[in-house]
Design a protein around this ligand. Structure first.
Ligand SMILES: NC(=O)C[C@H](N)C(=O)O
Length: 321
């Protein structure tokens, strides 16, 4: 007889743990869901905190990474239930902090447990079966939602209410379906290998500024004086209004340029004042394909590791994460 597989399920809150509060003041996290119908698997639950995901911070992400690293050796896979609003940030933090050899799968739900269309049990079962699947090993932190498997680097929340709330360019790297009760897991891609980062804390301060037509740098000086580093969600391939160029040239801390456009890289193409080529010339660091909030987590992690601006520039240039 085959030995039981062992699954760790780490609950953190979010809609998948939520129902309407008795005081009638809206939906709040209350009770973690249990994994439905997994034969031959012994499930061990952990609950480090119970939060709506807008309350999750980088400190919680580091706490989770340490918990996963601690429980992973005694389990065949790890699932994390999480609110969807910042799920991609926690997934990306785990991608930065954990070796790819640990199969860790994040999921959540868009509907709470008292709604007829509650998507929690299906997503949780999918996540569990993906986490335990032998082909999942070596792919690092993944997100499973609506049967699609996404890598932590590219996944993003694309809809505020739809059940298929996750997407991202270029799309899923795998899929789970079922034939009868048997799960069928297919992969189309493997995330690149990387060396996990080992920050002693995640307390560096990195702020995001969002560019728009007519921005003259309002808020920039204040953010620069508070933060250890900045990320700008810039325009198109990473361009800004001309007024930003002297501000960026003057900044002695790392300034990473991401894009507010939903897909595609940041590239030093344009040479007009504020164009991407002039920003890079002025010392800004292109975020490549990372969205602004993931670029922020990478910058924050590198700063927390004590890296200087040149080393940070090198890490971003290598597309190492
Ligand atoms: N669907 C969800 O989980 C959204 C919720 N606001 C959260 O992120 O905690």
């Amino acid at each position: 007889m085959n030995a039981l597989q062992r699954l760790a399920v780490i609950h953190t809150g979010g809609t998948i743990s939520s129902r309407p509060a008795p005081d009638g003041r809206g939906v709040t996290p209350q009770r973690a869901p249990s994994v439905p119908g997994l034969d031959g698997v012994s499930v061990h639950d952990y609950q480090p905190f119970t939060l709506p995901s807008p309350h999750v911070t980088p400190r919680h992400m580091l706490e989770l990474a340490r918990l996963v690293a601690r429980v992973a050796p005694e389990h065949d896979g790890v699932v994390i239930t999480h609110g969807t609003d910042t799920l991609e940030e926690t997934a990306f933090a785990l991608h930065l902090l954990l070796p790819a050899s640990i199969p860790v799968v994040l999921t959540g739900s868009m509907r709470h447990m008292e709604e007829a269309s509650w998507d929690g049990p299906g997503n949780l079962l999918d996540a569990a079966q993906v986490a335990l699947h032998p082909r999942t090993r070596g792919r690092g932190a993944l997100v499973v939602f609506g049967g699609d498997v996404f890598d932590a680097r590219t996944v993003t929340k694309i809809h505020t209410t739809a059940v298929d709330a996750f997407g991202g360019y270029p799309g899923p790297i795998g899929r789970i379906d079922r034939v009868g009760h048997a799960a069928r897991v297919e992969y189309f891609a493997t995330p690149d290998a990387r060396t996990p980062l080992e920050p002693p804390h995640l307390d560096a301060r990195v702020e995001i500024l969002y560019a728009y037509a007519g921005w003259r740098g309002e808020g920039y000086a204040e953010a620069r004086s508070r933060a250890d580093g900045l990320v700008i969600a810039a325009l198109g391939t990473g361009n800004l209004p001309a007024e930003l160029l002297p501000l960026i040239s003057d900044t002695d801390r790392p300034v990473v340029i991401a894009t507010r456009t939903h897909a595609g890289p940041v590239l030093p193409v344009y040479g007009y004042p504020g164009g991407g080529a002039t920003l890079v010339e002025a010392g800004a660091i292109p975020a490549s394909f990372l969205n602004a909030h993931k670029a922020r987590l990478l910058l924050l992690t590198l700063l927390s590791c004590g890296l200087d601006t040149d080393d940070i520039r090198r890490v971003f240039a290598e597309d190492a994460y």
